[in-house]
Design a protein around this ligand. Structure first.
Ligand SMILES: [Zn+2]
Length: 432
């Protein structure tokens, strides 16, 4: 398999020509090996030889997550003997989806993450402490590990949680970087404060932030990003990826969005009617995988709403950059005349001093419209605290959600269901 690590610095025309060649190869490959795409092409009367340019992609139907759920095995392009890894999506929406990887796909995944770490100013002289799950079919953990192997950096596989052990290990092995969920970095900072650890004299100088936004869509730091950097003088790098695309979008040191890796993926940003949106407008991240052998995807709609930018970055990369995820298409809440995505709701709740922790739940009322119920652990169970919280919610949302106060134990039970890999902050009971 041929990868060119410098691709992202080439001219847009060179990149387009390279992508179009790979696209033609991909279309021929899935037409020959994928049961799903074979029947999709047949059902829609598609002449695959007519798909030559990136613009020609528009002639193909999109692939939805539901397709991948319902016909999971039909996406497989290889016999079972060639499959090495069975990864799965976290299943936050419905049943988990299996993504099978061949040896070549694992090599591609390692290259993807190697190239991402390079983009995030990583080198062989760095030591990374991985504060995330490496098992439970979690693709990202494996990807970080193999990418760092390729980079030649030091790796400390500590796993998620346990701030005391994280700090003890930081002090002993002196990692220069951490890979962690931003809300966990906050917990690390809190632990350090409570135990007299001087975090700014530690060896850690940068953090690769996964799973949660550290920036607003204009790239300024979000509340959580600010909370981290105000306490801890480290450089934050945001990264966005999903199991299905087997590819990451990672920020460089200029902090202007996650860079696309053009040798690994074709990116389209589409509206509800599958028409392209323009730079600066929210659209659904729609991807076509390049170089994937096991389960390649054509025009796959990820469900993630982002904003793209295509001006040349300060780092010299010419590739498209993606904003933090504005929200999941399916999680959009139509709330008493306003439109809201959970991340915006979380940002607001994170800002409220009197809210110690929370879970937001959305359900349909008898009228078929959305209702929001927020479970909150308040700083105190007083009338004054209740009044402050309600007034703040009303002021910022312009409408009042339902509020239910619960204990820390209760919220922890809600946030960590059995076999879960991620902390649950949003529960969707709309049944659609
Ligand atoms: Zn850049």
């Amino acid at each position: 398999m041929n990868f060119f690590p410098g691709t992202a610095f080439q001219s847009k025309d060179t990149i387009t020509a390279m992508q179009e060649k790979k696209l033609q190869e991909l279309v021929a490959y899935v037409a020959a090996h994928s049961a799903f795409y074979k029947s999709m092409f047949a059902d829609n009367g598609i002449d695959t030889s007519a798909i030559k340019t990136l613009a020609d992609l528009g002639k193909l139907p999109v692939t939805q997550k539901e397709d991948l759920q319902r016909q999971n095995e039909d996406f497989l392009c290889v016999s079972k003997e060639k499959i090495i890894e069975y990864s799965s999506t976290s299943g936050t929406l419905g049943s988990p989806v299996m993504i099978a990887l061949t040896e070549n796909d694992l090599e591609r995944l390692a290259y993807n993450e190697y190239s991402s770490f390079v983009c995030a100013d990583g080198s062989a002289s760095d030591i990374y402490q991985l504060m995330l799950t490496l098992d439970r079919q979690f693709m990202a953990g494996m990807a970080y590990y193999s990418g760092l192997r390729k980079l030649g950096a030091g790796i400390i596989r500590l796993g998620p949680g346990v701030p005391s052990l994280q700090w003890e290990t930081i002090m002993r092995l002196k990692p220069t970087a951490i890979v962690a969920v931003p809300s966990f970095i906050i917990k690390l900072i809190q632990f350090a404060k409570e135990h007299g650890i001087d975090i700014n004299s530690s060896s850690v100088k940068k953090a690769i932030c996964i799973g949660e936004n550290i920036r607003n869509t204009d790239f300024s730091l979000s509340i959580i990003g600010k909370k981290i950097t105000e306490a801890w003088d480290i450089q934050l790098y945001s990264t966005y990826a999903s199991t299905e695309m087997q590819t990451a979008f990672t920020e460089c040191g200029h902090s202007r969005g996650g860079h696309m890796q053009p040798e690994l993926i074709i990116l389209e940003m589409l509206d509800e009617n599958n028409n392209p949106v323009t730079a600066g407008e929210p659209g659904e991240v729609t991807i076509t995988t390049l170089g994937v052998e096991g389960m390649p995807l054509l025009r796959y709609k990820t469900g993630d709403i982002c904003i793209y930018h295509d001006d040349v970055c300060g780092c010299g990369r010419t590739t498209t950059r993606l904003s933090p995820v504005v929200g999941r298409r399916k999680q959009m809440i139509k709330f008493k005349g306003t439109t809201l995505y959970p991340p915006a709701l979380f940002d607001m709740l994170n800002e409220l001093e009197d809210v110690k922790d929370y879970v937001a739940e959305v359900y349909s009322n008898e009228m078929g419209t959305d209702e929001v119920l927020i479970y909150i652990v308040p700083s105190s169970l007083t009338e004054e605290c209740d009044r402050t919280i309600r007034a703040n919610l009303q002021a910022r949302l312009r409408v009042s959600p339902h509020v239910k106060y619960i204990s820390l134990e209760e919220i922890q039970k809600m946030q960590m269901p059995e076999a879960g890999r991620k902390v649950v902050k949003f529960i969707d009971r709309r049944g659609r």
